[in-house]
Write a protein of this length. Structure first.
Length: 95
């Protein structure tokens, strides 16, 4: 095996590892989200509108409301922002 081929194989392994880590992080965040039925109550307890949550997460009011109904699931950076927001609200913080 040549040096170039070895480097390419190492790069591929590093990329696979990064993808796996990202997926594991996403799975962990999803598991920590409260159930859809509780998400709306948490938001409302803190006087936030679905539009405000959507704006914070980079989605429309309709998408944020769909997350609360369990019709859609956030992913990527939006999942990270949504999970962070809900966690802060559940801990008694504000947005």
């Amino acid at each position: 095996m040549g040096v170039h081929q070895a480097v390419t194989m190492m790069q591929t392994e590093v990329e696979r590892s990064a993808v796996l880590e990202a997926r594991l992080r996403q799975d962990s965040l999803r598991r920590r989200l409260p159930p859809p039925s509780a998400r709306r109550a948490i938001r409302q307890q803190h006087g936030l509108s679905a539009a405000a949550v959507g704006s914070y997460c980079g989605v429309s009011r309709q998408v944020a409301a769909a997350w609360e109904r369990g019709e859609r699931n956030p992913s990527g950076e939006r999942l990270e922002r949504y999970a962070e927001l809900l966690q802060r609200l559940m801990q008694g913080g504000s947005s």
